[in-house]
Design a protein around this ligand. Structure first.
Ligand code: ATP
Length: 363
């Protein structure tokens, strides 16, 4: 087991014309499970491949435990990687697939290797498959074998590159739980790449968000959800997505009043008005999540029109005529008709303001 420390990691391709990873810093504590998430092409896989030793960084360093492994080959890093396409040897049995890494990188005797493979097979509940070849197995079984092969070596670090993308939704949920159980039992430091923000949020002790090769935010899932560092994170994390409204902030006595120049106006209470680092007359972006928009219920609210009502069972999604696109998630008891005029209000502590130039949080 070991702590992973990545410092100022950069990767250029095509003589610098593509910057896949741009100055990324990352710390993963001993035994921690960290998920790395971001849209397609944001540099997740390249980051993981550099940590694995499969790709050479342009600059920066990677420490595993006390050791600087930046210039070490993949073989000597004591890292196990699990891929989306399983990467099993098609002509070898499950047993041989799982044993292969032990034969290559340890001097264990044959009975010792058998014992380890059997232990890993039991952990993954694939004891009955040891004499089968991969083409006789389902996708889920193949991924169990790939996981078994990774744990058999008891590596210092587990790296997962979208391991569940090829599985159907139900199996994915089962395997998520399985991977978490494994990690709990073995306590192996893990970095798990996914493009699925829900997967990243549910699995990670800590979540790392990348965009355009740059680190956007690192933190516990709930902290990232509640306090996104910038507009990108606010919009990327959470489904349905955070609403954004372009507004101008005006100081009026103790209050900060946010208006869009049309019907939208929201006056923040003095408590929150002072917290916001916003000048009088500044253009900012207001962010509020759909579940933090409520029917005004007698209070002074924002009057708006209902454009679409989408019932999802327990709740209704209401698309409202605020900004370009705005959604409220309300209880199913509140069921206005399309075209109705309604009043809504915001959970004030959940309002975020972002700089309209660089998207940084102003809270
Ligand atoms: P995805 O989720 O689609 O796999 P990703 O976040 O894993 O994306 P990377 O595969 O790391 O992203 O790619 C980051 C950027 O680097 C992309 O613009 C990609 O086109 C580019 N890139 C990756 N590998 C190479 C390569 N070998 N040569 C040139 N460009 C590359």
């Amino acid at each position: 087991m070991a702590r992973l420390k990545v410092e100022n990691l950069r990767k250029e391709f095509d003589r610098g014309s593509i910057v896949a990873v741009d100055d990324v810093n990352l710390e993963v504590e001993d035994g921690e499970f960290v998920t790395v998430v971001g849209p397609s092409g944001c540099g997740k896989t390249t980051t993981l491949r550099m940590i694995a030793g499969l790709e050479e960084p342009t600059s920066g360093s990677i420490h595993l435990g006390d050791e600087d492994v930046t210039d070490q080959s993949a073989r000597t890093r004591d890292v196990a990687m699990v891929f989306q396409n399983y990467a099993l040897y098609p002509h070898k049995t499950v047993f041989k697939n799982m044993e292969f890494g032990l034969r290559m990188s340890t001097d264990l005797s044959k009975p010792e290797r058998r014992e380890k493979v059997e232990w890993a097979a039991e952990m993954m509940d694939i004891e009955d498959l040891l004499e089968d070849t991969p083409d006789e197995l389902s996708g889920g079984q193949q991924q169990r074998v790939a996981l078994g092969r990774a744990i058999v070596r008891e590596p210092k670090l587990f790296l997962f590159d979208e391991p569940l993308s090829n599985l159907d939704a139900k199996l994915r949920t089962t395997m998520r739980a399985e991977i978490q159980r494994l990690q709990d039992e073995l306590g192996i430091t893990s970095v798990y790449v996914t493009h699925d923000q829900e997967e990243a949020m549910t699995m990670g002790d800590k979540i790392v968000i990348l965009n355009d090769g740059e680190l956007q935010q690192t933190g516990e899932p709930k902290a990232v959800y509640d306090e996104p560092a910038n507009r990108f994170v606010g919009g990327f994390i959470g489904s349905p997505s955070m609403n954004f409204v372009d507004v101008v902030a005006q100081r009026s006595g103790d209050h900060l009043v946010l208006t869009d120049g049309e019907a939208f106006q929201y006056s923040l209470s003095p408590e929150y008005s002072t917290e916001m680092a916003v000048d009088d007359g500044e253009s900012v972006i207001l962010g509020i999540r759909p579940e933090d928009v409520h029917p005004a219920d007698g209070e002074d609210g924002i009057r708006t029109t209902v454009d679409v009502v989408e019932p999802i069972g327990s709740d209704n999604y209401l698309y409202l005529d605020i900004g370009d696109e705005f959604m409220a998630r309300v209880s199913a008891d509140f069921e206005p008709e399309v075209g109705d005029s309604v009043e809504v209000t915001f959970e004030e502590s959940k309002i975020r303001l972002f700089d309209d130039d660089n998207g940084e949080s102003l809270l």
